[in-house]
Ligand binder design. Structure first.
Ligand code: AMP
Length: 594
């Protein structure tokens, strides 16, 4: 594993968890110094790029001071013109001294379009070291001394997402696809010897075939599996649903030593046939006995008897899935190991076995230069505090909320990631952060991130195109992401101006279904992808009684300390169970998109 230059004396780390512990200790002790070095290195490399050079006109200036004084904090819209030029074939030196190898496509959107971020070879190597570090920390916590790692595997389901190229032939892919394609899989790890599935299976482009085949490999190697995981918890719940639909076929394949015909990707099928080369009726019996149980409580532990934990991110919007995972895990620890984004990989959980509701991440000080914009969690319009004045990593304060700002070796300079983090404690001299939420995002089921702005825009469309022409007015609305249904789906509560006979008339039903379809079809690309892959179910609109939103205001104000009715702003999303229950008690008619 290559490390940044501040640690050059000891350039590689193998699977020795002790050395990772020692490295982490040093990094958390010296976090401030390392951050200084990281910024120095980035500026030494990138200050001559087109983007940064205009701020460093005078060679005598202290670059770090100039950086802090002159380089502005930016959002994606500020970066977009540069990214567009790179995509069109202009040189990488616009933002990065090193060649840009690929553009990483985020699931987050800006102006309805998915964001793209440059990635260099150095960033790829850092990403590999980051995952290796996080894996070794996890091993240290879950591998017993009397049962060493030898031969034990992770069943970590992971899938290729579609890739494309820019007009200049730069590959555009998701962050996970990048890891898989750049053969960094060992660091995640996705393939043998550490993962359960051969590369031909994980690299199968057909997600259903890949899912089926990865599960088949995991079941065939059940005795050696030490952790079961997906990147995010929504994916884990999806995997369980898939098992519900396919367990009989999987058992039948194992019993007969024959792979289902619909697995027709030649490489995937070929690789599977090595692993399933003969009938295994005993294994099929043992597994189907567990699947046949009426309750699937603890099914993960039963299917994979040596499993030590469920490894999947359950922080942020994924926390909604913790109860489900606890049910299926039957007491297994649920481990959120990393906090990462298309912009870069940042946070590692140093206490993997902590309560899933109480996870903090240590921002790896060698991955990027971090700054923090103080944020007021009680402000309703997501305004930042302090007139845009940022603080350094080691100067953040426990209990304070911040928006994360990063400068990376790949050409992001003081880029506002849009995530709100809260400092929970310090580990040595490095702060630990709790992920609070994504700024502005109000609805999320899977990798979709719907902002208030997106929602307002799509609902306005339904108002203008459907409600108004039918003579209806929308008095008010709110929403929530319902993850109790499977797949989860968006629910909107609408209060319409009284039109008499609501819910009884055929024309009204048609109109409301039209609204559901229009909103469903008008949300952004990430939402659409989730819908196509059935990761999100049909959109639901619940029409509520007259006066419901007055009741919601009373309800909300009664629960907020020192709230004033004149400052009340209608909530475009509700998350409290009580508020959702109250709204549900007011529903008079329900409609779904197709
Ligand atoms: P993307 O760039 O599409 O991969 O999405 C990255 C975003 O996912 C981050 O900016 C966070 O908002 C969210 N995310 C990533 N890791 C975590 C985590 N461990 N906990 C909560 N949210 C996360």
């Amino acid at each position: 594993m290559e490390l940044p230059s501040f640690h050059r004396k000891n350039q590689t780390i193998n699977d020795d968890e002790e050395s990772v512990e020692a490295l982490l200790k040093k990094m958390t002790m010296d976090a401030g110094k390392i951050q200084d070095q990281v910024l120095e290195e980035i500026l030494a490399k990138n200050s001559k790029t087109e983007y940064l050079s205009r701020f460093f006109a005078d060679a005598d200036d202290n670059v770090k001071q100039v950086f802090k004084k002159k380089v502005p904090l930016v959002e994606y819209s500020d970066l977009l013109p540069y990214i567009d030029r790179i995509a069109d074939g202009e040189p990488h030196s616009i933002v990065s001294a090193d060649p840009i190898l690929e553009l990483i496509r985020s699931s987050g959107t800006s102006g309805g379009k998915q964001k793209l971020f440059p990635r260099t070879a150095q960033e790829l190597r850092l990403t590999a070291s980051f995952h290796e570090c996080s894996r070794n920390i996890l091993n240290k916590h879950i591998v017993d001394d009397d049962q060493p790692l030898n031969g034990r595997k992770r069943m970590f389901l992971s899938f290729l997402a579609p890739e494309n190229t820019t007009p200049s032939n730069l590959v555009v892919r998701s962050a996970v696809t990048s890891i898989m394609r750049n053969t960094l899989a060992q660091s995640l790890p996705l393939n043998p010897p550490l993962g359960t599935s051969p590369p031909e299976v994980t690299m199968c482009k057909d997600v259903r075939q890949s899912m089926y085949s990865q599960l088949l490999c995991g079941l065939l190697r059940r005795e050696s599996v030490m952790s079961v995981g997906t990147i995010f918890a929504a994916g884990f719940v999806h995997m369980i649903k898939f098992l519900e639909q396919h367990w009989e076929a999987l058992c039948c394949n194992i019993r007969q030593g024959r792979i289902s015909d619909w697995i027709d990707d030649p490489k995937c099928r070929g690789a599977l046939s090595y692993i399933l080369s003969r009938p295994m009726p005993d294994l099929a019996d043992a597994i189907s006995k567990e699947f046949e149980n009426k309750s699937w409580e603890g099914i993960i532990k039963k299917l994979w008897p040596g499993v030590k934990c469920i490894e999947t991110v359950v922080t942020g919007s994924m926390a909604q899935y913790i109860p489900k995972l606890e049910f299926y895990g039957g007491g297994l620890p649920i481990v959120s190991m990393i906090y990462a984004a298309s912009e870069g990989s940042f946070g590692i959980n140093l206490k993997p076995l902590s309560d899933p509701y109480d996870v903090s991440y240590c921002l790896a000080p060698w991955m990027a230069y971090y700054e923090f914009l103080p944020f007021d969690p009680t402000s309703e319009d997501d305004a930042d505090l302090n007139n845009g004045k940022v603080v350094d990593l080691v100067h953040v304060k426990v209990g304070q909320h911040y928006e994360l700002v990063v400068t990376t070796c790949s050409g992001l300079n003081r880029y506002r990631v849009g995530d709100i983090l809260m400092v929970s404690s310090f580990h040595n001299n490095a702060p630990q952060f709790r992920f609070v939420r994504r700024k502005n995002v109000i609805l999320s089921i899977d990798f979709d991130k719907t902002t208030e702005e997106d929602l307002i825009k799509t609902i306005s469309k339904a108002i203008h195109n459907i409600l108004e022409p039918h003579g209806f007015l929308l008095t008010d609305y709110t929403s929530y992401a319902d993850s109790r249904s499977f797949p989860g789906h968006y629910v909107l509560f609408w209060e319409l101006q009284d039109h008499g006979g609501l819910g009884h008339d055929d024309g009204f039903v048609q109109m409301m279904r039209g609204c559901c379809n229009l909103v469903d079809e008008s949300l952004d690309e990430a939402y659409k992808k989730c819908r196509v892959r059935n990761l999100i179910g049909p959109l639901e609109i619940k029409v509520v009684k007259q006066g419901t939103f007055d009741a919601l205001m009373d309800f909300t104000l009664s629960r907020r300390k020192s709230a004033s009715p004149s400052q009340y702003k209608p909530l475009k999303c509700i998350t409290s169970e009580d508020a959702i229950q109250m709204m549900n008690s007011m529903v008079i008619a329900t409609f779904f998109s197709n």
